[in-house]
Write a protein that binds this ligand. Structure first.
Ligand code: SME
Length: 206
């Protein structure tokens, strides 16, 4: 069933299938064409699986289409969080923590209310920041020092945001299911965040 009220961006066409939303992009940014979805009954289960797998790979292309010629920091932070929340299955929170005032301070995000400030030595975000390494946590209850902004969180990924060789923040994603994130996903996410950094004017206060 086509849901016109779900159209949040003109380039995105959202189609509901077995209660999951799958975003179909213009052929320029997606290896599927609209015509394949002309009739609901043509939309086979295999297509849903294939699209779900392709979704991570297409995130960068989607972001490039959305942020084309748009370097504004607040716009891009907000839009990127909204895109990821809409496009990535089974996540509960995604957003930025920026290195400000000798702490990690929350920035734009989507999801339930989050911790405002995190010390460098604390939590999954602190580990990503101080170790300059992606943290993929299959089960947050086993991570010593995990900060439970939302008691429902089960797994998490945090990636350092690097600009000119300096870690300027962390991008964090939470999920209510265990083992939601894997290495392959982290590679896509890192590419996406790097593209964001290179194409956004990040203000001095960060
Ligand atoms: N769980 C994070 C804190 C941030 S929230 O998940 C939004 C951590 O342990 O650093």
């Amino acid at each position: 069933m086509f849901r016109a009220n779900q159209l949040t961006y003109p380039k995105l066409l959202i189609y509901s299938y077995y209660q999951r939303y799958i975003t179909i992009l213009p052929s320029a940014v997606c290896n599927k064409s609209y015509s394949k979805f002309g009739a609901k009954h043509d939309f086979l289960a295999n297509d849903a699986i294939e699209l779900s797998i392709n979704m991570d790979q297409n995130l960068l292309k989607q972001w490039q289409a959305i942020s084309d010629n748009e370097p504004d920091f607040m716009v891009n932070c907000s839009q990127l969080c909204a895109l990821l929340m809409q496009q990535i299955d089974e996540i509960s929170w995604c957003g930025f923590y920026w290195n400000r005032e000798k702490m990690l301070v929350v920035g734009a995000y989507q999801g339930p209310l989050a911790c405002t400030r995190i010390a460098y030595e604390d939590g999954v975000c602190g580990a990503a920041f101080t170790q300059r390494q992606v943290q993929i946590i299959d089960d947050v209850s086993l991570f010593e020092g995990h900060i439970a902004c939302d008691s429902g969180s089960a797994s998490e990924i945090a990636i350092p945001i690097v600009q000119h060789g300096q870690v300027i923040g962390v991008f964090d994603i939470d999920s209510y299911i265990l083992k939601r994130f894997d290495h392959q996903f982290s590679v896509y996410l890192e590419k996406l965040i790097q593209y964001f950094v290179e194409n956004t004017i990040i203000p001095k206060f960060v």
